[in-house]
Design a protein around this ligand. Structure first.
Ligand SMILES: [Zn+2]
Length: 176
């Protein structure tokens, strides 16, 4: 049996055996992935973290999930496949669609500065420091924290509420 079929059977079994949504007393009709799928690179997500949820709960936090996913991808790495293979662009578009305004706050060129830092290679290279101290990122990340019970918070997200984010040069270039 193919992997996709197996997955469908597993998810059907979850919906058939659970009487209610994991968040509230409502009929479960969807599969909730917690922590959200968007936080994981393809293929690296552990199996089994799937739960029955109603549609309202499942869709209700997708904006916060998108913001958390974007934040978790900001890093001071010299090179990052995520930002080079198009996944980063997709993430930015998703955030703009589901949480409009966040992208402009996080990638505000007027607040960004450049600093020469050593990446993993040990070579000094210019990095852009993003300051994401606006109200929107904080609001969405607070929702995400509540949703995940304060677990699974990427380090960059934790820092973000009070200080800045590291980003690669390319990230700010995207914003123009
Ligand atoms: Zn629900």
């Amino acid at each position: 049996m193919g992997q996709a079929n197996q997955k469908k059977i597993t998810q059907r079994a979850i919906l058939e055996t659970e009487e209610r949504c994991i968040y509230r007393a409502a009929a479960p009709t969807t599969i909730e992935h917690m922590p959200p799928l968007v936080l994981f690179l393809k293929c690296q997500r552990p199996k089994g973290l799937e739960f029955a949820a109603c549609k309202e709960c499942n869709n209700g936090t997708k904006d916060a999930d998108a913001v958390a996913a974007l934040c978790s991808r900001l890093s001071n790495a010299d090179r990052d496949p995520y930002w080079e293979n198009g996944d980063g662009d997709t993430s930015l578009h998703t955030v703009e669609r589901d949480a409009p305004g966040v992208r402009d706050e996080v990638f505000d060129a007027r607040k960004a500065s450049t600093s020469w830092m050593r990446g993993r290679s040990g070579v000094l290279t210019p990095k852009t420091i993003l300051v994401a101290d606006g109200p929107l990122p904080k609001a969405y990340l607070d929702v995400f924290r509540g949703e995940t019970g304060h677990r699974f918070i990427p380090r960059t997200c934790r820092d973000a509420a009070c200080s800045g984010w590291w980003g690669t040069k390319d990230i700010v270039n995207y914003h123009g």
